[in-house]
Design a protein. Structure first.
Length: 93
């Protein structure tokens, strides 16, 4: 039964929670009637035990047992570190 877990690759969009990050995964589906590709973004709450991922990182997540009501995924690895540019309010205007 080992190796049957689902895997997804997505981008971290939020890391404000304790030991939890939100990962956005883009899913492409083919419409059966209109034969167009539809892009849908799905957000997953992912368990990040060591708090090592930040906003903008590209990560690989793997399905696991339910850890809470919403968390059923855990962080497998960070594929690419993202760059987050901080903008001060004075620089906007």
């Amino acid at each position: 039964m080992a190796g049957k877990h689902k895997e997804r690759i997505g981008r971290v969009v939020s890391d404000k929670m304790e030991k939890t990050v939100v990962v956005a995964v883009e899913v492409f589906k083919h419409h059966p009637l209109y034969h167009k590709t539809i892009k849908k973004t799905v957000n997953y709450k992912v368990h990040d035990e060591k708090k090592e991922s930040k906003v903008g990182d590209v990560v690989r997540i793997i399905e696991t047992r339910p850890l809470s009501r919403d968390k059923k995924w855990r962080l497998a690895e960070i594929i690419q570190k993202g760059e987050v540019v901080e903008v001060k309010p004075q620089e906007i205007t």
